[in-house]
Design a protein around this ligand. Sequence first.
Ligand SMILES: [Zn+2]
Length: 290
Amino acid sequence: MSHFELLVLFCLGLYLAECLLWVREGGWLISTWRKSYSLFQGPGLRMRNPWPMGGCYRYSPPSTVSRSQPVPNLSLEQARIRLEGFKPWATNLHWYARGLLGVAALGFILFLSRRGFWLGWGLLAFLFVFFHLSLVQTFWRAYGKLYPGPRKDRIKKSLLCLVSPWQSARAMDLLEERLWEAFHPWVPGRLYLDPATFAQWVRRWLLELRYPAALGGMPPSPLLLGTTPGEEEKGLAQWLKESGLDPEKLTLPLPASEPANLSYCRRCEVQYQLAEGTCKDCGRPLVPFH
Ligand SMILES: [Zn+2]
């Protein structure tokens, strides 16, 4: 392998590493490839779309629950306004990032096929720097508009973009990381996910809240609205009703998928061919089908 091929591999590896996201235990990731959104429950490593694209949301449960935590915003209307404010910046960043990656790819192809000429190389270098600096400048302005407050984070992240073109190509992801920090995770979920996937997510969340695991190391759904699971569920059910969904219907037990299945776990919804026992995944007692 030549030095140049090694360099290309190194750059590609570095870029793909930027696309990896760790989703914590109890965390969730909503990400998009093309136009459809997928949902992933942590813990695990997931790959974002390598072609920069808006619409990635990662939820990490708070490591410590304190009373001083602000109550998350549950307003869908305010969330829509926030998303509208983000879109124009995302569109600009998207086009510059496409330009940057396109120029880099063209440069590598020309070099490999030995077809470059000095004027062409000069033009490519100019375009590369132009797209890169445009990304950094757009990111700097967008960050100031979307997240007013202390400048430390803004300076740090903009510098990160400035020193690494791979980071600037993903400036949109960097900008989106804080977009929903004041909101309850269900709010961006409702905006991004299709109704069926959203219903599935809400179901999982409510079941984990209502039926905590009997085995250690499996945290229940976090308490963001109240201090007890009962209060939390009440708050969430209220929000679901206000947004036109029926919490009772969303958490109805599923029927047996095969006649041989005799019981199920209320939390994990795994079905068993045993009349009684405990769930292998969470340790909860099994419930017979009627
Ligand atoms: Zn279970």
